[in-house]
Every structure is written in structure tokens, then in C-alpha cells.
Write a protein that binds this ligand. Structure first.
Ligand code: GRF
Length: 218
């Protein structure tokens, strides 16, 4: 059997993206989730991890003086598990540059917009307000720039005239559950990597993100 890529997944909430990755490990995703770490005790994703028999850790940010000490402790916990890739899956904290540097080229984030559009929060509301007809989600390597690291994969979702932020968010989230495991698989197989700040796909610099097919408008 081929060696599986060790992952550590960071969450703060529901963990539906974590679930998609767990489900992937039961089919064709060649990864092993060594630990799920949350900054919040009540994150439902911790329960998902427990049910899948995955080790969980909570590192409560309210118990720390500031970002530097928190991120130092967080980085140390992550390293205990020697992950090949660290997965931010709804981890609702801004990371310090030193933590980001520590995992350069081996940390992924998923963001619910077609980056570089709508970095930060409330992306669905902002996409509707801006009159976008197409919205989506992006997987990118994490760099010091918030939601600004080099893109790996995107998926597009049409914005319907009747969409509310919630209905749009729900459709985007369904697509997130497809692109996150897909993007992780490419890294696990060695066909995607980042060197410096350049993403390579099959040995060539990736000019634009790999696109997962567009959801059909119904
Ligand atoms: C997702 O929309 C993700 O893109 C964003 O936070 C949300 C997390 O959802 N970063 P879940 O916890 O994976 O259900």
C-alpha cells in the first residue's frame, strides 16, 4: 500500500469540510488525519473527529496573552504530529507570520469566494450586494497575506436572483466539500506543491487555479 500523507486539521466550528475529508479517507483520498485541533471546546467538528476515531486537541485562545504566544503553542502541538500538510478548515483565527512561515508550503486554507474577490468575512452577503452572478470557493496555500496565498483550486457557483446569503452559502459549502478533498489529493499524490510563492502542478507553474466544473444552474 502507498504511504498516506499525514494531515493535521484545524477547525473552530461545524467541521463539515473536515467531514468531507474524513469521508474521502474512506474512499480514494490517500491521507491519514493524525489530529484535529480546535480553538473552541464546543466546536462540533471535534465530535465528528471523535466519531471517526481521530485524536482531538483543544487550544483555547482565551487562555493566552496574545497571538504570538498562542501561535507558538499551536505550532508546537501541530508539529507533534509531523503533518505533511496542515489543513485550515473553518479555523477562525488570523495566523501570525511566524506560524505561517513555520508551515510554508504545507498549509492549505479554503475560503468561500472566488479569490482574490472578497477576502475576509461575510463573503456571500458581499457577493450578492456587489451584484455578482458567479461566486464560489477557493483552496490556496497559506502565506502571510490574509486569504491571499497562491491559489490551487476553485469552484464556481451561480448566484440566483432569489439567493439570500444563507442559500448561497449552503450551495457554496456543498462545492467546498468537493474541492477541498480534491485539492488535498493533488498535494498528497505529489502533483501539486508550492516552492517559494509559486504553485506547481505536474511540474509546471500553475498560471491560474485548477477549476472544478461549474454547478449547473437549475
Ligand atoms: C467554510 O465556509 C469555509 O470556507 C470557511 O469557514 C466555513 C467552515 O465550515 N473558511 P465548516 O466548519 O467546514 O462546516
Amino acid at each position: 500500500m502507498k504511504k498516506k500523507l499525514p494531515l493535521v486539521v484545524l477547525i473552530s466550528g461545524s467541521g463539515s469540510n473536515l467531514q468531507a475529508i474524513i469521508d474521502g479517507t474512506n474512499s480514494d483520498l490517500p491521507v491519514e488525519i493524525r489530529a484535529v485541533i480546535s480553538n473552541k471546546t464546543e466546536a462540533y467538528g471535534l465530535e465528528r473527529a471523535r466519531q471517526a476515531g481521530i485524536e482531538t486537541r483543544v487550544l483555547d485562545h482565551t487562555q493566552f496573552d496574545g497571538r504570538d504566544s498562542y501561535d507558538l503553542a499551536l505550532g508546537d502541538i501541530i508539529e507533534e504530529y509531523q503533518p505533511g500538510l496542515v489543513i485550515l478548515a473553518g479555523f477562525m483565527r488570523i495566523l501570525t507570520p511566524s506560524l505561517v512561515k513555520r508551515f510554508h508550503g504545507r498549509m492549505y486554507n479554503i475560503h468561500p469566494s472566488l479569490l482574490p474577490k472578497f477576502r475576509g468575512l461575510h463573503t456571500h452577503e458581499r457577493a450578492i450586494e456587489a451584484g455578482e452572478t458567479v461566486h464560489g470557493a477557493s483552496v490556496h496555500f497559506v502565506t502571510e497575506e490574509l486569504d491571499g496565498g497562491p491559489l490551487v483550486m476553485q469552484t464556481k457557483v451561480p448566484v440566483m436572483p432569489e439567493d439570500s446569503p444563507d442559500t448561497l452559502a449552503a450551495r457554496v459549502l456543498k462545492r467546498e466539500h468537493l474541492i477541498y478533498p480534491a485539492a488535498i489529493k493533488l498535494f498528497a499524490e505529489g502533483s501539486v506543491k508550492m516552492e517559494g510563492d509559486t504553485v506547481y502542478h505536474n511540474g509546471r507553474p500553475l498560471e491560474s487555479p485548477i477549476l472544478l466544473e461549474t454547478e449547473k444552474a437549475t
